[in-house]
Design a protein around this ligand. Structure first.
Ligand code: BGC
Length: 775
């Protein structure tokens, strides 16, 4: 391949890079244009050397640069060059920290530049619909605001380095089962309000260079060939001006896809589908202007990548600081750890002291052999790998003995011998650090989990260890949530360590010893049991269809609406200090809500709090969740310090998707605004009047009596008509509330036809027309 991201090596490149993309396309033959819209190989686009247009490389993504070595396997899953393995999205989501994620994005950009990668395939921001989704470790949250805000931060950071993002998987790729064919059948409101909302935010705020369409179908249509999704929504409504790339192998019918808005097929089809495009243009099936548009977007992408490489500083282009990135990976991992439980301040551990009531024993193979990322296309070959055991020993201090017992084997198997060793170590220690988690083989791209259980062998080990020493701190490693009911109430502390990337071992030790005060918050609910979860009855569907029967009620929206107990709620996470909230207030203006609250660190340690703002609209005319996250802020506060925190809620985030008029609508009314430390730890509530958007739904003969009477003009006209006509039966109907309630749903056209009624059909039609005309 022509290495082109380094312009110095390709002087001819200037000719195609410095002209407008449209000019370049105008010089191309039909065959060249078609060739530009599919890959040359697994990871590269095709150059057109005749006009000096280079190729660029696209590579996974998302939490590291997975650039395959030359000559590696053709399936694209083998060996790759070393790169920093940052924490996967499951951890990043729990950080609730856009600034930190922007730094991660920038670091990924530097590494991409060093490896001559033009587009890094990420972030993945699909909603965690079910805890079973095998790829939940690659996604940020069950909530669209968290996904959108944090996804934006990653894109912003990455693209600041002149490297393109690929926002994926667009859209509704919420399971792995049958992912290449399954149709996600979703009603319009949940589709817009839950599944597309995060994508909309990232596209509108950050203009990712590319969006990757998913494998699945959406409401029956492959996303790779859905003009509604790829053109109407993405471009016409959201203003996307980048390129749509297929997920690898997602193209079903190339010609249909291109016409729908798919600009680049990846990986290479070895020319087969390019020939289909050429034939389709020649036979008049495909308008050549559509091909021109797709070719232009491909040229623009290459131009951006080459310009991005030029604008980066030379040092960055050649190399990056692997130690600094490892340190950043550790900082992010530590900020993502969620302290779920910490009774009697068992944590943090005191460093240095041994044999005086603070000696710890470490149990569990995962402490020595960490699980730090999930399997599949995102698997990074790390530059280094820390493990928690070594790091705990380093924190415990010189001379401190920290005994270790594996407890279970690498493959998860347990034996009497391993258990006996673990029990002996637990009995002799003051505090046990018990590392449990989901084995790698159970969590991967390509398939879903069958349950959310920790392995039975590990639970049996936990029984034995807790019996030997109840002062047991559980440290978890898992890409999707695990059931903790039954275990949580038998241990004093639980540290949710997710999958934390290559520096996760150090981050765990930092949190256990209080070097870092934990500040992660759950970006997904931990249910009491799988059967409580929203999609339980509709996952993963059947016969290639999955019905999103829970509608809008995804994640905490569901648990709250059903008033279900959960093990740990969305937004939850403890600190070694405490925060008090006071003086909450909220005001509204055209841009949205401004929420102010004073937060005080009332403890004796520095720490960070995630202030969460939820809204609801009591008495709303549409179905709504009891509370929805509409804003958040992560704030670092030194011990004893108070600060006023201001969270802005965008007006558009208050909107629901109105299916009558096919657009976002802010309903007017008194919104309840809750400020909390989690979705179930609300510290202050305020109410604010919000002016609604005007929605004019024309009245027809099908409109109900209720709708007619709710219409400001129609109701007046009708009352006037009654007064003039003097029909006593109908006047009585209107005067009697219970009678009216009974007739409220009656279409006005049907009532008009009733024998003896006050109005004829013609009169009603005139009345409705007059009402519609006057607004
Ligand atoms: C995954 C994408 C990934 C692509 C390239 C696909 O199987 O779904 O997330 O970017 O492969 O490896």
């Amino acid at each position: 391949m022509t290495d082109t991201l380094n312009p110095a090596t390709n002087a001819a490149a200037a000719s195609a890079i410095d002209r407008t993309a449209a000019e370049v396309v105008a010089d191309l033959t039909l065959e060249e244009k078609a060739s530009l819209t599919s890959g040359a190989s697994f990871w590269t686009t095709k150059p057109v050397e005749r006009v000096g247009l280079p190729a660029i490389m696209l590579t996974d993504g998302p939490h590291g640069v997975r650039k395959q070595r030359e000559g590696s396997d053709h399936l694209g899953i083998g060996d790759s060059v070393p790169a920093t393995c940052f924490p996967p999205a499951v951890a990043l989501g729990s950080s609730f920290d856009p600034e930190l994620l922007e730094r991660v994005g920038a670091a990924l950009g530097e590494e991409s530049q060093a490896e001559r990668v033009g587009v890094l395939l990420g972030p993945g921001i699909n909603i965690k619909r079910s805890p079973l989704c095998g790829r939940n470790f690659e996604y940020l949250s069950e909530d669209p605001l968290v996904s959108g805000v944090l996804g934006s931060a990653l894109v912003r950071g990455l693209q600041s380095q002149g490297v393109g993002a690929s926002l994926k998987h667009f859209a509704a790729n919420n399971q792995e089962a049958d992912r290449m064919r399954v149709s996600a059948d979703i009603d319009e409101r949940p589709l817009r309000e839950i599944y597309l909302r995060g994508f909309q935010r990232v596209v509108e705020d950050e203009q990712p260079w590319t969006v990757m369409c998913s494998y699945n179908r959406l409401n029956g249509v492959y996303t790779s060939e859905d003009p509604w999704l790829l053109t109407k929504v993405l471009r016409d409504e959201w203003g996307f001006d980048g390129l749509v790339v297929s997920d690898w192998g997602a193209v079903n019918e190339r010609v249909t896809g291109l016409a729908a808005g798919l600009d680049l097929e990846m990986p290479s089809s070895e020319g087969r589908t390019d020939a289909e495009l050429v034939a389709a243009v020649r036979s008049g099936v495909l308008d050549e202007r559509l091909l021109d548009t797709a070719a232009r977007r491909n040229v623009e992408l290459v131009q951006k990548a080459v310009r991005g490489a030029r604008s980066s500083q030379v040092e960055r282009v050649e190399t990056y600081d692997a130690d600094a990135h490892h340190a950043l990976a550790r900082e992010v991992a530590a900020a993502s750890i969620v302290l779920l439980k910490n009774d009697d301040a068992v944590l943090p551990l005191a460093a240095g002291a041994t044999g005086e009531g603070t000696a710890v024993a470490v149990i569990g193979e995962l402490a020595r052999t960490p699980r730090y990322q999930g399997a599949g296309s995102s698997q990074i070959n790390p530059t280094r790998l820390d493990n928690a055991l070594d790091e705990i020993r380093a924190h415990a201090g010189a001379g401190a003995e920290v005994p270790f017992a594996a407890g279970y084997a690498d493959d998860g198997a347990i034996s009497e011998e391993l258990t006996a060793e673990a029990v002996a170590a637990a009995s002799a220690a003051d505090t046990v650090l018990l590392f449990l988690g989901v084995p790698a083989a159970l969590e991967s791209e390509g398939f879903d989990r069958d349950d959310i259980e920790l392995p039975a062998a590990q639970l049996a080990l936990a029984d034995a260890v807790i019996a030997a020493n109840p002062r047991t701190v559980v440290v978890l490693a898992n890409g999707g949530v695990v059931r903790l009911s039954g275990l949580a109430d038998r241990v004093p502390a639980i540290v949710e360590g997710w999958l934390l990337g290559q520096a996760g071992g150090g981050a765990i030790a930092d949190v256990l010893y209080g070097v870092v005060n934990p500040s992660g918050r759950l970006a997904e609910t931990i249910p009491v049991r799988l059967a409580d979860s929203p999609a339980y009855l509709d996952f993963p569907g059947e016969h290639s269809h999955v019905r999103y029967g829970e509608g809008l009620f995804v994640g905490y929206r569901w648990y709250d609406a059903r008033e279900l107990e959960v093990s740990y709620p969305f937004g939850h996470g403890l600190s070694y200090t405490a925060f008090a909230y006071s003086d909450a207030s909220v005001s509204a203006d055209d841009s949205g809500l401004t929420v102010r609250v004073t937060v005080t660190n009332t403890g004796d340690r520095n720490g960070a709090e995630v202030v969460q703002v939820y809204t609801s609209l009591p008495g709303s005319r549409v179905v709504r969740a009891p509370r929805e996250l509409k804003g958040f802020a992560k704030v670092a506060l030194a011990a004893g310090v108070s600060r006023e925190i201001v969270v802005h809620v965008r007006r558009e985030d208050l909107a629901y998707w109105d299916t009558r008029v096919d657009r976002w609508v802010v309903e007017g009314g008194a919104y309840a605004v809750e400020v909390g430390a989690s979705s179930r730890d609300i510290r202050a509530t305020a109410s604010v009047e919000v002016e609604g958007d005007a929605v004019r739904v024309p009245l027809t003969m099908d409109s109900s009596m209720g709708e007619v009477f709710a219409h400001p003009v129609a109701s007046q006209l009708i009352m006037q008509a009654f007064a003039a006509g003097g029909d006593s039966a109908t006047s009585a109907l209107i005067a009697d509330p219970s009678l009216f309630k009974m007739m409220e749903s009656f279409p006005v056209g049907r009532l008009a036809g009733f024998p003896g009624g006050p109005f004829g059909r013609e009169q009603v039609e005139q009345l409705l027309a007059a009402a519609n005309a006057q607004g």
